[in-house]
Unconditional design. Structure first.
Length: 452
């Protein structure tokens, strides 16, 4: 994963790989708990103290590896989201930016997760973090900032990364939420195959039309129906919903206060009104309006929008794996310059756990030796089958081995339960290391005990 990293010193690169490997084995542990020897603890703390200038290099190595994994696929989805890294317990920490009043101090992280057509995560394709000014007068200067100086320009930088890393002829659909409904982004030049797909939020009129965009799309002819995966809320459980999808092609021009460098020619896009048909009693129907940068003339053209509803949550799951699975927000660093390298290291170590959790759902049949070593699954097998020998049953599938690992992390594993998530899986993998050590010890002592 870090094969292309270049920190300018082979010793620092070796230490980085050791830190990532050790923290991947114990994702929920603090640095003091993850490293047993005092020399290793000091080395890890020293690395994070001096690695602020290497954050971009570490992230680039991970994104290069993601690009290699994505190269064989004809279509790749780039799912984006922004998350807060809040450190409310460390009021004396230096360098932390301002967040919402409820979150206190911390920084923000924008990530782009590459996902295949089969909903399998490939890794982080783009990631950046920043802190907001703490000064109360900073908010009054926003009207004088150019788009390049605003936070919303993160979406354009992700677009530029996709154009630079994607191979020629590859289709990359960039899925974005409402904060990316910006004319400057839709009008940005891009090579063929780069297609932003955005959830509409701005109230605008189509070019040459007296009606608002939302009204025009809602009254368009019905094209068909499709299934959408819905995330659970406090009022309704997760599940699937049947949605109807009227769509229409349209064009709209720039806003009146558009900057000079933004193209003024009308942007052509396809819009789809996706609404739940039969919502639960007492609940409002789920409703989205999507803007695509490719022409929509038939229902088959609108069909690539369908995975938006299910793929959208993959990047949020990756943020959850970092913040709760790796306990990033519990790191007790005194300076923000140490938290950012820890974030980059945790992102490298956490994504394989997320990828394996979804691989068990999308392709559960392959052998588990693509993720587990032989000693690891042979240590897992007798823990769940005390009277059977692992050699007699053959190599388990990746879905079986991951479920056994998740059971170590307090996953119940009953028939009616869903697949284990990244959080319980990471907790179980942390408890797998002592099992492997015990397996090695028993393999060493058993012949000697039998011989007397």
């Amino acid at each position: 994963e870090l094969g292309s990293v270049d920190l300018g010193d082979a010793r620092r690169e070796k230490r980085l790989r050791r830190v990532v490997a050790q923290m991947s084995q114990k994702p929920e542990s603090s640095i003091h708990e993850a490293f047993e020897e005092m020399a290793a603890k000091k080395g890890a703390y020293r690395f994070f103290s001096n690695a602020h200038g290497d954050v971009r290099t570490i992230r680039q190595a991970h994104t290069h590896a993601t690009g290699r994994r994505a190269a064989p696929y004809e279509r790749v989805w780039g799912v984006q989201d922004t998350s807060h890294i809040s450190c409310p317990a460390h009021k004396m920490a230096r360098g932390m930016g301002a967040l919402d009043p409820a979150d206190g101090r911390g920084c923000l992280r924008h990530s782009g997760l590459a996902v295949t057509q089969g909903e399998q995560p490939l890794g982080i394709a783009h990631q950046e973090s920043w802190g907001r000014p703490v000064s109360p007068m900073a908010s009054r200067k926003k009207v004088n900032r150019t788009w390049a100086q605003k936070e919303s320009c993160k979406c354009k930088r992700t677009l530029e990364t996709a154009q630079a890393r994607g191979r020629a002829g590859q289709e990359i659909i960039l899925i974005r939420d409402r904060e990316s409904d910006l004319y400057g982004l839709l009008a940005s030049p891009r090579r063929p195959g780069i297609r932003p797909l955005i959830r509409a939020a701005q109230i605008r009129r189509a070019h040459g039309q007296p009606r608002a965009l939302f009204d025009q799309v809602r009254d368009a002819p019905l094209a068909g129906h499709g299934l959408a995966d819905l995330l659970g809320t406090d009022k309704r459980p997760p599940g699937q919903a049947i949605c109807e999808a009227p769509f229409c092609p349209l064009a709209f021009g720039p806003p009146k206060n558009a900057e000079k460098h933004i193209p003024k020619t009308p942007v052509t896009a396809g819009a789809a009104w996706i609404q739940e048909v039969n919502p639960p009693r007492g609940e409002n129907p789920v409703r989205w309006v999507r803007l695509a940068t490719w022409t929509v003339r038939h229902f088959e053209d609108a069909r690539p929008r369908a995975p938006f509803c299910s793929l959208r949550w993959r990047v949020e799951r990756s943020h959850d794996a970092l913040k709760t699975g790796c306990r990033l927000e519990a790191a007790q660093f005194e300076e923000e310059t140490r938290l950012e390298p820890l974030d980059a290291v945790c992102a490298v170590g956490a994504w394989p756990i997320l990828a394996s959790a979804y691989q068990a759902r999308t392709s559960p049949g392959p052998s588990c030796e693509s993720f587990f070593t032989r000693d690891e699954w042979q240590a897992l097998y007798p823990h769940h089958h005390p009277r059977a020998r692992p050699e007699a049953s053959g190599t388990p599938t990746i879905a079986q081995a991951l479920q056994w690992s998740a059971i170590l992390g307090a996953f119940r594993g009953r028939k009616g339960h869903a697949h284990p998530g990244a959080k319980v899986l990471g907790r179980g993998l942390m408890r797998l290391s002592p099992l492997v050590e015990g397996y090695h010890l028993s393999s060493f002592l058993a012949p000697r005990l039998r011989s007397g």
